[in-house]
Design a protein around this ligand. Structure first.
Ligand SMILES: Nc1ncnc2c1ncn2[C@@H]1O[C@H](COP(=O)(O)OP(=O)(O)O)[C@@H](O)[C@H]1O
Ligand SMILES: [Mg+2]
Length: 270
């Protein structure tokens, strides 16, 4: 790959669920150290696209390139092996376990392969959280006792233990208040500054404008524009999400075609 190429590039991605064409010919690129916001109305295909990348719901068609090379991502382990970490909307934390246990769930460290090395895991937990400026009352409290923002921060921190190159966040702030949302968006900024690519799904365009380097709009399972948030108003993004732009363009096109009807008829339809 070229040094400044995308770490992940999807093209021509299509995915059908029975009668529902959830994605049609979708393209998406993510560069190292870039936050891409994926936005669109309910049902636009955002989660489906995340699941394609995460290997949870492989695409029916299309190509996935990783650091310039075509790769197959047909199961979650494929995505993890490449360096793709996913934090889902309904985050899978174990409420009754403490922060350390949640961070190391499924990748526990042991002394001589038998006894859990609690001291090592606690030390690594503190270091990881400190490096991300995530502040918690204690790493030894059950996560049930944490705020929504703190819980989301634990889930995102956990995803970094596998040392991924990109992190997929499906609506990480959906259930959060203003202060907690800011906490999570700060964490997204820190992922970016570590050189990670981030794909962030969010409904909140103010949040999107605050952290995204690029905004990719999906509408009815198709690409519906991409924007530089610094140069684009929220209204323009909303228009792309709702299709108001398409409608304006198609009206203009219809008028133009109306004017050119005589020519079309003279030439005949090929
Ligand atoms: N497991 C599934 N089975 C059937 N249809 C699904 C499934 N998942 C998603 N869909 C449909 O695919 C479309 C895209 O859904 P989704 O990707 O969840 O949208 P978004 O995350 O943008 O709200 C919707 O029409 C949705 O109903
Ligand atoms: Mg969704």
């Amino acid at each position: 790959m070229t040094a400044d190429g995308p770490v992940l590039a999807l093209s021509g991605i299509s995915k059908r669920y029975g009668a529902v064409q959830a994605l049609s010919d979708v393209s998406l690129e993510v560069y190292p150290g870039e936050v891409v916001a994926l936005v669109g109305d309910n049902g636009a295909g955002k989660s489906t696209l995340i699941k394609v990348i995460a290997g949870v719901g492989p695409a029916d068609a299309g190509e996935i390139r990783w650091q310039g090379r075509p790769v197959g991502v047909s199961k979650p382990a494929d995505a993890v092996a490449l360096g793709i970490a996913t934090v889902y909307q309904d985050l899978a934390l174990c409420d009754n376990l403490d922060v350390v246990a949640n961070l190391f769930l499924g990748r526990e460290e042991t002394t001589s392969g038998i006894v859990l090395d609690e001291i090592a895991m606690e030390k690594k937990s503190r270091e990881l959280l400190a490096s991300l400026s995530v502040r918690l009352p204690s790493v030894r409290v059950p996560v049930a006792g944490l705020s929504g923002g703190q819980r989301q921060s634990v889930a995102i921190s956990r995803s970094l233990l596998g040392e991924p190159k990109i992190v997929l966040l499906d609506e990480p702030t959906a259930a959060l208040g203003v202060a907690q949302t800011a906490e999570v968006l700060d964490l997204v900024e820190r992922l970016k500054h570590r050189g990670l690519g981030v794909i962030l799904i969010s409904h909140n365009l103010a949040d999107v404008k605050a952290v995204a380097d690029r905004v990719v709009v999906l509408r009815l399972g198709r690409n519906a524009g991409q924007f530089d948030p610094d140069k684009t108003s929220q209204e323009e993004i909303v228009q792309a999400i709702t299709g108001a732009l398409d409608n304006a363009v198609s009206r203009r096109k219809a008028r133009a075609e109306g004017a050119a009807d005589d020519v079309d008829e003279a030439e005949g339809e090929a």
